[in-house]
Ligand binder design. Structure first.
Ligand code: GDP
Ligand code: MG
Length: 369
């Protein structure tokens, strides 16, 4: 099993990738920046930097184990989409275009907040949730913490460029995570755009697009003019239909923290993607090693919500601290139980940081292949 790239390991260990590479060389291993490393290599390298590594299973398994849903309780939920691709190929522009054009002004009061995620409604009323943290770094950081929230990955490739290293890395991340990809071939408004060249390069990587008889959906788009963006969203919905995404909205909420911070006026603010169940104002929640009652929650337009169901990204007030991106959020019936869980997690964290060796945890990426 291969886990993460040398580059990602460098950021987890908080050292430069050059240090990783030269350490490897001194150990007789020759690795490149984007090369994915197996468990043995990660353990050896981490040890050199004073870390010991724990390899864990997905926390999603833990979540699923706890409350088996009956098939009749499951209802369709919106897909959760991440946009990845090489720098300057148009990830931010695409996210911005979608946010601008699909979040209606009335809904938004004219202003949209940046909360790390948002959801949109397509022309025919279907919901799609977007993680607003472009780049594979966020994706990798989440997965390294065991979180799995992306249903569909849009891989943006600029039609006036080529498949670049980060394009390959994004494709690789989606593949090992078992997340279906849709290729968005961007910047087709440019006179020198050549989408066919990109499709050819994909074909050379064994990624044949549908219009050429393959299985991968692709869409020519312009994040600048909006050309093809509706069609792209249609393709996301098609992919979602195939995946038969479902969740039980009638149970205690389960979600994943996308980002969290301390806001001077409002206290700790966490952006959370609800994945199952429904979160209500007043619910007792645990997120990472913090707990609290939901004091208030907001959607990405700043609108106050009383409750939030599956595939809804929300901002929550009321936690006792800032959990980390990728931490799970769970609702408990009993406040004391919630406090005990948060406290024992905090204690484990404290003990771990006291050990001589620092500690990282990696989710077993690739397990689903
Ligand atoms: P990111 O690094 O992937 O987030 O890329 P950006 O969204 O920041 O885009 C990089 C540059 O390409 C910016 O100058 C954008 O204005 C430009 N750009 C992005 N999409 C398009 C497009 O569809 N057409 C054109 N002409 N330019 C684009
Ligand atoms: Mg960007």
């Amino acid at each position: 099993t291969e886990f993460i790239s040398a580059n990602d390991l460098a950021s987890l260990l908080d050292v430069s990738v050059n240090e990783i590479i030269s350490t490897c060389m001194s150990l007789g291993m020759f690795v490149s920046i984007n090369q994915r490393l197996d468990a043995e290599a990660i353990t050896i390298i981490a040890d050199e930097f004073g870390y010991d590594v724990e390899f864990t299973k997905d926390i999603e398994e833990e979540i699923v184990e706890e409350e088996e849903d009956k098939p009749e309780d499951l209802v369709e939920r919106a897909p959760i989409v991440t946009i990845m691709g090489h720098v300057d190929h148009g990830k931010t522009s695409l996210l911005d275009y979608i946010r601008r054009s699909k979040v209606t002004a009335a809904e938004a009061g004219g202003i949209t907040q940046h909360i790390g995620a948002y959801d949109v409604r397509t022309k025919d009323g279907h919901k799609i949730a977007f993680l607003d943290t472009p780049g594979h770094e966020a994706f990798t950081a989440m997965r390294a913490r065991g979180a799995k929230i992306t249903d569909v990955a849009i891989i943006v490739i600029a039609a006036d460029d080529s498949i670049m290293p980060q394009t390959k890395e994004a494709i690789n991340h989606a593949q090992v995570a078992g997340v279906p990809m849709i290729f968005a071939i961007n910047k087709v408004d440019k006179p020198n755009a050549n989408p066919n060249k990109i499709k050819e390069e994909l074909a050379n990587m064994n990624l044949l697009v549908e219009e050429w008889g393959g299985k991968y959906q692709s869409q020519d788009i312009s994040a600048k003019t909006g050309q093809g963006v509706d069609e792209l969203l249609e393709k996301v919905l098609l992919e979602a239909e195939i995946l038969e995404l479902k969740a039980n909205p009638n149970k205690n909420a389960v979600g994943t923290v996308i980002e969290a911070s301390l806001d001077k006026g409002r206290g700790y603010v966490a952006t959370v993607m609800i994945q199952a169940g429904t979160l209500h104002v007043g619910d007792v929640m645990v997120a990472g090693s913090h707990y609290g009652r939901v004091k208030a929650m907001f959607d990405h337009t700043g609108k106050k919500l009383k409750e939030a169901g599956p595939s809804t990204p929300i901002q929550i007030l009321g936690l006792s601290g800032a959990p980390q991106a990728g931490d799970s959020l769970k609702v408990y019936d009993n406040e004391r139980e919630a406090r005990e869980i948060a406290n024992s997690r905090e204690q484990i964290q404290r003990e771990q940081s006291l050990r001589t060796k620092k500690h990282i945890t990696l989710d077993e990426i690739g397990r689903r292949l």
